[in-house]
Design a protein around this ligand. Structure first.
Ligand SMILES: NS(=O)(=O)c1c(F)c(F)c(-n2cc(CC3CCCCC3)nn2)c(F)c1F
Ligand SMILES: [Zn+2]
Length: 263
């Protein structure tokens, strides 16, 4: 697929000239997914997310992104299957985005950047008793990544977009209930890439089985513009900084294999 006119590639954006390897890590995230170098694994099972919208509890601006948090004290919103051997509990989802629609995603596909990326964070409830413990362990987390493209308005996302002004500043929290995160998944969740990686925000621990969907979802230009109205800064700080470009510099593969569930 030729690069579309005006489409940004990973190399062109100045944000990407940072250190390519995190200190002391050999399975860091995010990465560029080289499609032709990924290896089809016929043993990968279909992914089976099973979310209960009643476990949705609040939205929190943590100064990196806004997290839509789920009550993970029981096994009500779970993820199994795919590359996962254990049962994982949904604890939050969040996004990464750019200051323009030309870039914003953390992962890229053959260097192709997307305007934003959704991450649905789950922790291994078979092996650990809570998120804070699992986040420090090798097989502690499973994160589903979904690329966003600019297109038609996403009806399901609008309920979330409408409440974002209430969490404009860092450390603000607002009650948010009965949101079904499954509405943000693409129609086809059988085609994905998976690899062993890390959190892309502190503590950057190498605890994540990444599951990156091949199919993107569409949101409207105006919906994504509301993401950019959020602030990195708290209400007290005198200089307000727009929450944009909240993605991490890409990390080197360091010999890892990216597997695909499709040929
Ligand atoms: N981009 S990512 O890799 O999908 C991603 C994640 F996987 C995360 F888990 C978090 N995360 C960070 C904390 C604070 C915790 C505070 C207590 C100690 C552990 C971190 N909560 N969730 C996160 F912010 C993020 F961006
Ligand atoms: Zn993320």
């Amino acid at each position: 697929r030729m690069q579309e006119a005006g489409e940004y590639t990973m190399k062109m954006h100045p944000m990407w000239q940072g250190p390519l390897v995190a200190p002391g890590g050999n399975r860091q995230s995010p990465i560029d997914i080289r499609v032709r170098k990924s290896v089809f694994d016929p043993h990968l099972k279909p992914l089976t997310p099973d979310y209960d919208p009643r476990t949705c509890s609040q939205i929190w601006n943590n100064g990196y992104s806004f997290l839509v948090e789920y009550d993970d004290t029981t096994d009500k919103s779970t993820l199994k299957g795919g590359p996962l051997e254990d049962n994982f509990r949904l604890c939050q989802f969040h996004f990464h985005w750019g200051e323009s629609n030309a870039w914003g995603s953390e992962h890229t596909v053959d260097r192709r950047l997307f305007p934003a990326e959704l991450h649905m964070v789950h922790w291994n409830s078979d092996k650990y008793s809570r998120f804070e413990e699992a986040v420090m362990e090798e097989n502690g987390l499973a994160v589903i990544g979904v690329f966003l493209k600019i297109g038609k308005r996403h009806e399901g996302l609008q309920k979330l977009v409408d409440v974002l002004p209430a969490v404009r500043h860092k450390d603000s929290v607002v009650e948010f209930t009965r949101f079904d995160p499954a509405c943000l998944l693409p129609t086809n969740i059988d085609d994905y890439w998976t690899y062993a990686g890390s959190l892309t925000t502190p503590p950057l621990t190498e605890a994540v089985t990444w599951i990156i969907m091949k199919q993107h979802i569409e949101v409207s230009h105006d919906q994504l513009a509301v993401f950019r109205s959020l602030l990195f800064t708290s209400a007290e700080e005198e200089v307000q900084k727009s929450m944009v470009n909240n993605f991490r510099v890409q990390q080197s593969l360091q010999g890892r294999t990216v597997r695909s569930s499709f040929t």
